[in-house]
Write a protein that binds this ligand. Structure first.
Ligand SMILES: [Zn+2]
Length: 760
C-alpha cells in the first residue's frame, strides 16, 4: 500500500464515527426498528420533546400532595442551556415551565404547522438561548439516544443489468487505481460515510426521508401490523395523533420517482428494497444538514433549486432515461425532519419568514415544477420592536406561536446568574439573604406595580406588612420561585386555589419586559460588589439600601415606591427571628437542666444539699434556687400564695404519678413524662416573651460580640463568653451563617434595636 492510502486508512479506521455511522440494509434497519420503534419512528417535533426531557427530566415538585397544584414545577435546565455552552443561558422557573409545556405540546403532534417565535426584549439573552438549544439538539440527534435513520439508495448496476465497465469514467478510475482514494477523499470532505461498494451508485435522499416512508403508503398499516408485537407502541402507532404522519406522508419526489422507475425496470419490489439502505441522519449546523440558522444579514442564493449534475448524469445513464428521476431539491429539503431557524426577524430574515408562511400553511412548496413537502421545526427569535415586520399579515400571525423570553423573574435564578459570572465565592461577601434581596430589588423593577391577580386573592395586604410590601410584589416573587411562604394565614393558604395560581402565573407573560435587563443587572451587581466587597467587611442590608438610595439614586428610582423599605422590613423581621431562635436553642438545654433539677429538689427540705441523679448537678436547695426557676414557670409577677400552692401541687404530682407510675413502672425517662412536658411548655412560653432582654440590654454583651475572636474576648466574665459562643454557634448551625457573618448580624439586631421595633 502506498503511504497516502495507508495514512488515509488509519484515519478512517480510527474515526469515532466508523461504527455508529454504519449504513444498514433495509432488512437490518427493520430488525432495529422492531427492537426500538419509538426511538426510530420520531418526527422532529417528537425528537425535540425527547431531547428536552432527556436533559431536563421530570423536575421536582415541592408540594406533591397539594390538591390545588397547577404543576408549576422546578425543572433543572442546567444540562440543556448552561453546561458545555460558550455563554450560559439561565431559564427561570416560569420560562422553564413554558418550555416544558411547549415540548409536551410537540409530543402530542397536534399543532405542527407553525413557526415558533421566541420573543424577548433586548438583553434577555434570547439569541444565546436559541444557540444553546440548537447546539444541544444537534448533539442529541447525533447521539445514540437521538439517532434516527434516513434513506440512501444504493443502485445496484448488476441488478439493473448494467455493466460498470461500460462507464468510461469508472473504467478510467479503476485503471488509474485511484478510485477508492479519490472517493474516500470526497467522502471525507462531504462528511459522508464509508465508501460505496463497487458497482453501485449511491443516491442519498436530500430530504432525509425516513426509510419507513419507502414502504408504499397503502401497505404500511398492514406491514407494521406484521412487524410489531401487540404492545403499547403498536397501540399508540395505530391510534395516536403523533403518528399520523407515518401513514400519511409520501417520500420526497426523488425517492418516489426512483422507486417507480426501478419498479418499471426490475418488476420486483424485493430487488428494490435490497437497494434501499438506512444510515443515521447526521445533523450539522455548519454544513446546513438537519439544522440551519439564518442571520438577518445572510443573503439567500438566487437559485432556490439545488441539483447534482454528476449524480443526475449517472442516474440518467443507469435508468437509460433522462426524465424518470429529477435530482432537484430546495434548501428546505436539507432541514426536512430537522430544524430551520431565523435569528431575528429583520433584514433578509423578514423575507424568509414570509416565504415560510406558505410552507407552514400548505406543508409543501414548489421547486421548479415539483412539489416539495417540508416537515421541519421552524424556530425564530425576535425583538418585540420587530413586531412591525409581521403586523398587518394576519394570516402569517395566525401561523406564529410566540413564546416569551422575558427577563428573569425568580430570585433563585437571578442569583445563579451572578454566581455563574462572578463565581460562587460572591456569597462570602454578603450577609445571608442580602444577595437574594439584591436580586429581589432587581426583579421588582421588572414587575408591574399593581397585580390584579394578587389583590383578587389577598384583599388586605397590610396584614402582611412584616413580610411584604403593600403591592404584594415580594409575595409574588416567592410564588414565581415556586414557594408558598409559611407566613400566609390559614385562610389565604386555603384560598390559594388552582384558578388563582394560574391567574398569577399568567401575569408573568407581560412582566419582565421592562426594568433592568439581564445585562443591566450584571453591571449593577458589579458596581455594588466592586464598591463594597472588602476583606473582613460584609455587604449588609444597610449597604444594599445605601447603594440604591444614596450611592446610585437613579437606580433606586426605578424600583416601585416603598419596595426597599418593605424589603428591609422583611429582612429585619426574619433576622430578629433567627437571633431569637438561636438564643432559644441555647436555652433548650438549660430548660431541661432546670426542670429536672427542680422536680428532684422539690422532694428535699430547704437548706439541704443533694446531687440530682438526672443531671448529675450538685444542688444547694434553698428558697432562691426554687424561686429562680418558678419565675420562669409562673412569670415574675406571681403572688407568694400561688407560688406555694404551685410548688405543693407539682411535688404531689411528681411523687404520686410521675415517679411512681411513669418512671418506675413504665420505665420512661423523666423528660418524657407528662409533668415534665407541662412544665416545659410553661417555661418556654414565659421565656420566649423575654428571651432577648437580658442580652440586648447588656452593654457588655455587645462589646463581647465585637471582641469575639480577639484576645480581649477572654477578659469578659465566663457567663457572657458562653452565651456569645452559643448564640454564634446556633446561628451557624441553623441559619447558614459563618462566624463573622453571625457576629455581624447580632450587632445589626442590637444596633437597630430590632427587638423593640417588633415588640408586641
Ligand atoms: Zn427522499
Amino acid at each position: 500500500m502506498d503511504p497516502i492510502r495507508k495514512a488515509l486508512q488509519t484515519l478512517l479506521d480510527g474515526s469515532p464515527l466508523a461504527d455508529t455511522r454504519r449504513t444498514l440494509t433495509f432488512e437490518e434497519f427493520l430488525t432495529q426498528l422492531r427492537e426500538r420503534p419509538s426511538c426510530l419512528i420520531r418526527s422532529v417535533h417528537q425528537l425535540f420533546h425527547d431531547m428536552v426531557r432527556h436533559h431536563v427530566g421530570d423536575g421536582h415538585d415541592e408540594y406533591p400532595d397539594d390538591p390545588e397544584s397547577i404543576s408549576f414545577i422546578d425543572y433543572d435546565f442546567t444540562s440543556l442551556l448552561v453546561e458545555d455552552s460558550n455563554q450560559p443561558f439561565h431559564a427561570d422557573r416560569i420560562l422553564a415551565n413554558r418550555l416544558v409545556n411547549l415540548a409536551e405540546g410537540f409530543r402530542g403532534g397536534a399543532q405542527q404547522n407553525k413557526v415558533y417565535v421566541f420573543n424577548g426584549p433586548p438583553g434577555s439573552g434570547k439569541s444565546i438561548f436559541l444557540n444553546n438549544l440548537l447546539h444541544k439538539f444537534e448533539m442529541y440527534c447525533n447521539s445514540s439516544s437521538g439517532c434516527r435513520y434516513e434513506t440512501v439508495w444504493q443502485l445496484d448496476r448488476a441488478a439493473l443489468g448494467d455493466d460498470p465497465a461500460r462507464d468510461p469514467t469508472e473504467q478510467l478510475a479503476s485503471l488509474l487505481g485511484e478510485r477508492k482514494t479519490s472517493r474516500l477523499l470526497r467522502d471525507l470532505a462531504s462528511g459522508r460515510g464509508a465508501a460505496t461498494p463497487h458497482g453501485t451508485i449511491e443516491v442519498p435522499c436530500p430530504s432525509h426521508d425516513s426509510p419507513i416512508l419507502m414502504i408504499p403508503r397503502d401497505q404500511r398499516a398492514e406491514f407494521f401490523d406484521e412487524l410489531f408485537q401487540n404492545d403499547e407502541f403498536k397501540w399508540n402507532l395505530s391510534g395516536g395523533k403523533e403518528y399520523e404522519w407515518v401513514f400519511r406522508n409520501e417520500p420526497c419526489t426523488i425517492c418516489t420517482s426512483l422507486f417507480r422507475a426501478l419498479l418499471e425496470r426490475v418488476k420486483d419490489p424485493a430487488t428494490i428494497f435490497r437497494m434501499i439502505h438506512a444510515r443515521p441522519y447526521r445533523f450539522s449546523r455548519r454544513l446546513g444538514e438537519g439544522v440551519t440558522v439564518y442571520n438577518p444579514g445572510d443573503r439567500s442564493p438566487r437559485q432556490n433549486a439545488h441539483t447534482n449534475a454528476e449524480l443526475q448524469r449517472q442516474i440518467n445513464e443507469l435508468l437509460r432515461d433522462s426524465q424518470a428521476v429529477r435530482y432537484v431539491f430546495s434548501r428546505y429539503a436539507r432541514t426536512n425532519n430537522g430544524v430551520f431557524a431565523l435569528m431575528d426577524l429583520k433584514g433578509y430574515n423578514k423575507d424568509r419568514l414570509h416565504e415560510l408562511h406558505n410552507i407552514v400553511s400548505d406543508g409543501v412548496h414548489k421547486v421548479e415544477e415539483l412539489e416539495e413537502r417540508v416537515d421541519s421545526l421552524f424556530l425564530a427569535v425576535m425583538n418585540p420592536e420587530d413586531d412591525k415586520n409581521i403586523r398587518g399579515f394576519q394570516s402569517l400571525k395566525d401561523r406564529i406561536e410566540f413564546i416569551n423570553i422575558n427577563y428573569v423573574l425568580d430570585s433563585k435564578t437571578e442569583v445563579a446568574i451572578y454566581e455563574n459570572i462572578f463565581g460562587r465565592h460572591i456569597h462570602e461577601a454578603f450577609l445571608p439573604r442580602v444577595l437574594e434581596n439584591f436580586a429581589r430589588a432587581i426583579i421588582a423593577s421588572r414587575l408591574s406595580e399593581k397585580s390584579p391577580a394578587m389583590l383578587d386573592w389577598i384583599d388586605d395586604p397590610r396584614k402582611y406588612r412584616l413580610f411584604c410590601d403593600d403591592n404584594l410584589l415580594l409575595l409574588k416573587m416567592y410564588i414565581y420561585t415556586g414557594l408558598i411562604p409559611s407566613w400566609l394565614d390559614e385562610e389565604d393558604r386555603k384560598n390559594f386555589t388552582a384558578r388563582r395560581r394560574r391567574k398569577i402565573i399568567a401575569e408573568a407573560e407581560t412582566e419582565g419586559r421592562k426594568g433592568f435587563s439581564g445585562r443591566d443587572a450584571i453591571d449593577i451587581f458589579q458596581d455594588l460588589y466592586g464598591l463594597y466587597a472588602r476583606d473582613r467587611q460584609l455587604i449588609t442590608m444597610d449597604t444594599l439600601i445605601h447603594f440604591f438610595v444614596k450611592g446610585q439614586p437613579e437606580l433606586g428610582k426605578k424600583l416601585p415606591k416603598g419596595f426597599l423599605d418593605a424589603l428591609r422590613n422583611q429582612y429585619n423581621y426574619q433576622t430578629l427571628q433567627e437571633v431569637k431562635e438561636s438564643l432559644y436553642y441555647y436555652n433548650e438545654e438549660q430548660i431541661s437542666r432546670d426542670l429536672q433539677n427542680y422536680l428532684f429538689a422539690l422532694n428535699y427540705e430547704l437548706g439541704t444539699t443533694a446531687v440530682c441523679p438526672y443531671t448529675g448537678d450538685r444542688l444547694e436547695i434553698d428558697e432562691p434556687f426554687l424561686a429562680g426557676i418558678e419565675d420562669r414557670l409562673l412569670g415574675p409577677d406571681v403572688k407568694e400564695g400561688r407560688r406555694r400552692e404551685f410548688r405543693d401541687e407539682t411535688q404531689r404530682a411528681y411523687t404520686s404519678r410521675t415517679l411512681t407510675q411513669e418512671i418506675m413502672v413504665e420505665g420512661k425517662p423523666v423528660t418524657s413524662t407528662e409533668l415534665y412536658q407541662e412544665l416545659r411548655e410553661r417555661y418556654v412560653f414565659h421565656l420566649k416573651e423575654k428571651v432577648l432582654e437580658p442580652f440586648l440590654s447588656n452593654a457588655n454583651f455587645r462589646r463581647a460580640l465585637k471582641d469575639l475572636g480577639t484576645d480581649d474576648f477572654r477578659t469578659y466574665d465566663a457567663k457572657i463568653q458562653t452565651d456569645v459562643r452559643y448564640l454564634i454557634a446556633n446561628l451557624c448551625d441553623h441559619f447558614g451563617y459563618n462566624e463573622s457573618a453571625a457576629r455581624e448580624v447580632c450587632l445589626y439586631v442590637i444596633d437597630h434595636n430590632l427587638a423593640e421595633e417588633f415588640a408586641g
